[in-house]
Design a protein around this ligand. Structure first.
Ligand code: T4K
Length: 373
């Protein structure tokens, strides 16, 4: 089998027609309004509120600052329970808020926080749960809410991968106190860099909007120590264009996911990460799990793929609990996180983006099958 002529990456950004981008830029130039909640920002916020079907929304310059602000806005302190199986950005927002992350194990099917293990992690210092809809797979939202209500905890969802996801027709952004969406270039919907917080409580909007703009209430009043988390007009303009393209992008990704799923069925030791039928997918990642029976380890598959010019990703290896900055925490002990430790050696994200052709998918599958021993 021949290597691909050009590199095939795990993802490629959705790129709008440059003529449409120029049109938006002309309008911005004309207005001479570049940032600080201008017309494009307001329009995108209103449109995303409808698309995500949420009662409240606030746009940000990136997902990470949004997540930091979500923790600030709920005044969380002490300890917050979170998953080790995520991007570093998740536990880091706790550290940035002087909160100790308490890592709790995940469950084998959803790869999200195992609700049966959350209660064991609760102490007198616990103020919240920061759960991640990893790969766009919804967390056990009902069980998590029940635990939170029982112990008086706040719930924040890192929904960085979950744009457009739904559970039984209910949009993902309405669960918990706050959800964070990332609009980074690598996401299905993007604004180059960007993000949003969604929430149910109308009181949160005012506090979050203050926190993202230095706490400035008006020209003479600064009411809290905020940060600069504002999305600018160029980002918002690109978001407005990309919003029109995402349905087509989702359809293309759906065909790719279907093709992978069909071609990779029935291979001993190789499992496609399944999303339940009651979940509307975000089509953010296509994930496989490589077990012993495959005869070639996940790490070897990853390395061998490179020889064919295919750059898969081991998202989210290593576990956050193994980073040098968190390793010393009691909750980072491997005995506390057996499922996460097993999963993190098995998962591999294969290329998924609208412009990947079905021929490319076929070739990628054939290459993968050739690694089986
Ligand atoms: N919470 C979670 C659970 C997250 O996954 C993330 C971000 C956050 C919080 C924080 O949200 P943001 O502050 O980022 O909004 C990428 C993204 O940069 C990051 O947004 C994302 N999660 C993470 C899962 O993936 P890297 O370090 O893997 O990116 P990079 O540069 O290696 O890009 C991946 C591939 O994408 C490249 O191999 C090629 C392709 N690519 C990338 C870029 C930037 C392009 O084709 N064009 C591009 O412009 O983190």
């Amino acid at each position: 089998m021949k290597p691909f002529e050009n590199p095939i990456y795990v993802t490629r950004p959705l790129l709008a027609d440059l003529a449409d981008v120029n049109q938006e830029l002309e309008e911005i130039w004309e207005s001479q309004w570049l940032t600080n909640m201008g017309a494009k920002h307001q329009k995108l916020e209103a449109e995303l509120k409808k698309v995500l079907r949420v009662p409240g929304i606030s746009l940000f310059n990136n997902g990470e600052i949004a997540l930091i602000v979500s923790i600030q806005s709920l005044r969380l302190l002490g300890e917050v329970i979170t998953t080790p199986f995520t991007f570093p950005g998740t536990p880091h927002v706790l550290a940035w808020n002087n909160i100790t992350p308490v890592f709790c194990d995940i469950d084998e099917d959803t790869l999200t926080l195992d609700p049966e293990k959350i209660e064991n992690s609760i102490t007198a210092k616990t103020t919240g749960i920061l759960a991640v809809h990893v790969y766009g797979m919804p967390c056990h939202v009902n069980e998590i809410q029940q635990i939170a209500d029982r112990y008086g905890l706040r719930v924040v969802y890192d929904a960085a991968h979950a744009f457009g996801a739904e559970i039984d027709g209910v949009p993902i952004g309405v669960f918990g106190d706050i959800s964070m969406f990332s609009f980074h270039a690598t996401k299905l919907f993007h604004t180059v860099e960007g993000g949003a917080l969604t929430f149910n409580s109308p009181h949160l909007k005012q506090r979050i909007d203050l926190l993202k703009n230095f706490g400035i209430k008006n020209e003479e009043e600064v009411v809290l120590p905020g940060i600069n988390g504002k999305m600018n007009e160029l980002q918002a303009a690109l978001g407005l264009i990309n919003l029109k393209l995402i349905d087509a992008e989702r359809e293309k990704r759906q065909k790719i996911v279907d093709a992978y799923t069909q071609r990779l069925a029935g291979i001993p030791g190789l499992r496609v990460f399944e999303i339940p039928a009651n979940v509307r997918r975000s089509y953010q990642y296509f994930v496989i799990r490589i077990g012993e029976e495959f005869g070639c380890s996940r790490d070897d598959v990853y390395t061998e793929f490179k020889k064919y010019n295919v750059f898969t990703r081991k998202y989210f290896y290593p576990l956050c609990s193994d980073y040098s900055c968190y390793r010393q925490l009691p909750s980072s002990a491997p005995e506390n996180l057996p499922v996460a430790h097993k999963i993190v050696r098995e998962v591999l994200c294969l290329p998924l983006y609208g412009n990947l052709t079905l021929d490319d998918v076929e070739r990628i599958c054939d290459i993968l099958k050739s690694f089986k021993k």
